[in-house]
Design a protein around this ligand. Structure first.
Ligand code: TPP
Ligand code: MG
Length: 574
């Protein structure tokens, strides 16, 4: 494999902040951009995902906050997103863009993060205050309000510390979400009067009402077939071990939402996996059989790309945001609170009410689940073990599972068929090793968040699996990974079509071939300084994977292109 060039900054010594400051003003005072950089530094910001121009980039570099320049703002936001996800919101990714085109082009990234409740900060340039109401000025704080948890226009340099405190508090309390601060040039350049008094904002957790816990445990003990439903809140609360303990104590099987995937490892004997439109058969069977569904760390939002609670179930709904309760489903009982604190309280109350463990019931449930999983996998073995060419996508997934050290992987699907193919069959072996998403399903989102994950967890193998239409959306940004030494592995399922759209393009395809997409992504990658291999035969999958992983371990990204069948079979069970 060829070594890849590193960018010029890499490893270069950073100038001292004071030098930069004195260079600029010859004084000790800070301007607005420097105040923001200073606060980002205090908040532990390691890198700034960005695209020029934004005055905050230079003072950040002076403070050793490495700028990572993307090729497209949408992906830049995705990098910040994947970082925040992987750090479970304890640290936050930051993205900076210029006013007008830059922030306009960031919209999809922020909208996707909003739909996924990811806490990231966007620092946008802004038009001068005097021009804010002059059409067609793009007013970022206003335009982004519906897709942010909090957004504000900075009117003066003096209010910047207050605004950033509010921004960080919004990210670190309750249900997460992206936040945005719009900073006009005059605020970036104005001198700050006095010294900045800013302390990092702590993460806030909410403890549940003890009476609500008592009632929940009574309901759990009265239920014949309770099922635990794990949402993304379990990731943010880092409550995987407690969730598994609760499941064993009851005993109860665990289903996960799409973003909740790997809340407990799928390999856990009580885990039934997660669900997009596809899911495992036992997921559907056990959920159908349940009399009580206990949703923890989940908004229970109705979505095409996540599970739904079947009608007629008693629901206990726990979320850290009271606004989720009774939003979509009637809650028979509600427990508001942080997932870890809720589960801890449930375990303590359960232990108080009942002595001994599930014993025989636990062993019997594990056996039941194991049998269900085996039957389902056997049913799908013709795909998973297929030797056909073009290659069957499930065969690639199987070989990836067998070859890679899944304990040390962070993987994500992309929109389209790859999501349907990967999510049900990728058996996670460690908590938090899968980034599920799908409340919005923007093709191409997986690439940026995988780079962000790698920056947050450099020792993990970070993988995004995308279709050929998906790479068409954001693919140029693999060069961002090469230039910045972000050693991700991008897997492309090249089937030459938008298979997921076949139902809605029948006539257009028959008459005009509309479904077709074409391209050789190995050649694209090589043109963008990313080593790549095109795999056409099933026997070559494993060696290619091994080589690819070895390259990522040197710090360089790799692209593996699999020439695959159109692939119309999904694991859909109602
Ligand atoms: C930005 C965006 N535009 C449109 C869609 C709708 N959409 C979902 S999947 C898909 C086609 C996916 O094709 P590909 O990535 O090649 O995967 P395949 O289904 O062929 O495996 C489209 C157009 C989307 N999800 N995101
Ligand atoms: Mg395709």
């Amino acid at each position: 494999m060829r070594g890849r060039p590193t960018s010029q900054w890499y490893g270069a010594p950073h100038k001292a902040y004071d030098a930069v400051k004195n260079n600029r003003t010859g004084s000790e005072t800070m301007n607005g951009a420097e105040v923001i950089a200073d606060i980002l530094k205090r908040e532990g910001t390691e890198f700034l995902s960005c695209y020029p121009r934004n005055p905050v980039i230079e003072p950040c570099a002076a403070l050793d906050i490495r700028p990572i320049l993307c090729r497209q703002e949408r992906v830049g936001v995705g990098i910040a997103d994947g970082f925040s996800r992987t750090k479970r919101g304890k640290k936050n990714g930051v993205f900076a863009a210029q006013a007008g085109p830059g922030i306009e082009n960031a919209f999809p990234g922020v909208a996707q993060a909003f739909s996924e409740n990811v806490p990231l900060l966007v620092v946008s340039g802004g038009m001068p205050l005097a021009r804010q109401y002059s059409r067609p000025v793009f007013r970022a704080a206003e335009v982004f309000r519906p897709v942010t948890k909090w957004s504000a226009l900075a009117h003066s340099v003096q209010e910047l510390p207050d605004l950033l405190r509010r921004a960080y508090h919004a990210m670190r309390s309750g249900k997460a979400g992206p936040v945005l601060i719009e900073v006009p040039d005059e605020v970036f350049t104005a001198e700050y009067n006095g010294t900045v008094d800013y302390v990092p904002v702590p993460v806030q957790r909410t403890a549940p009402d003890p009476d609500a816990i008592k009632k929940a445990v009574e309901m759990l003990l009265a239920a014949k077939h309770p099922v635990l439903w794990a949402g993304q809140g379990v990731h943010y609360a880092e409550a995987s071990a407690q969730l598994a303990a609760l499941a064993e104590m009851l005993p109860a099987p665990v289903v996960a939402t799409n973003p909740g995937k790997s809340a407990i490892p799928d390999s856990h004997p009580l885990a039934l996996g997660s669900s997009t439109r596809s899911r495992s058969k036992p997921f559907a069977d056990f959920l159908n059989r349940a009399d009580l569904v206990v949703a923890i760390g989940s908004s229970l939002t109705i979505t095409n790309f996540g599970p739904a609670v079947p009608p007629g179930k008693t629901i206990i709904h726990s979320s850290n945001d009271a606004a989720d309760i009774n939003k979509e489903y009637r809650a028979d009982h509600a427990v508001v609170g942080d997932a870890a604190l809720v589960i801890d309280a449930l375990i303590a109350e359960l232990a108080r009410k009942r002595s001994g463990s599930g014993g025989n019931a636990l062993a019997a449930l594990k056996e039941d689940i194991a049998a269900g999983k085996k039957a389902w996998r056997d049913e799908w073995s013709k795909h998973l073990d297929s030797d056909e060419t073009p290659i069957n996508q499930y065969r690639v997934i199987r070989d990836m599972m067998r070859t890679l050290d899944r304990d040390n992987v962070i993987i994500t699907h992309d929109s389209g068929s790859p999501r349907e193919q990967l999510l049900p069959f990728w058996e996670t072996t460690s908590a938090g090793s899968y980034m599920g998403w799908g409340k919005s399903t923007q093709l191409g989102y997986g690439l940026g968040i995988t780079m962000g994950a790698k920056l947050a967890a450099p020792k993990k193998l970070c993988i995004n699996v995308m279709g050929d239409a998906a790479i068409g959306m954001t693919g140029m940004d693999i060069e961002t990974a090469a230039r910045n030494r972000i050693g991700i592995l991008t897997v492309v399922f090249n089937n030459g079509v938008m298979a997921a759209e076949r139902d809605v393009l029948k006539l257009s395809t028959k008459k005009y071939g509309a479904l077709t997409v074409s391209g050789n992504y190995t050649k694209v990658a090589e043109g963008l300084n990313v080593d790549a291999t095109r795999v056409e035969k099933p026997a070559d999958i494993v060696p290619a994977l091994k080589d690819a992983v070895a390259v990522t371990e040197t710090g360089a990204p790799f692209l593996l292109e699999f020439v695959v069948k159109e692939g119309y079979d999904f694991s859909r069970y109602a």
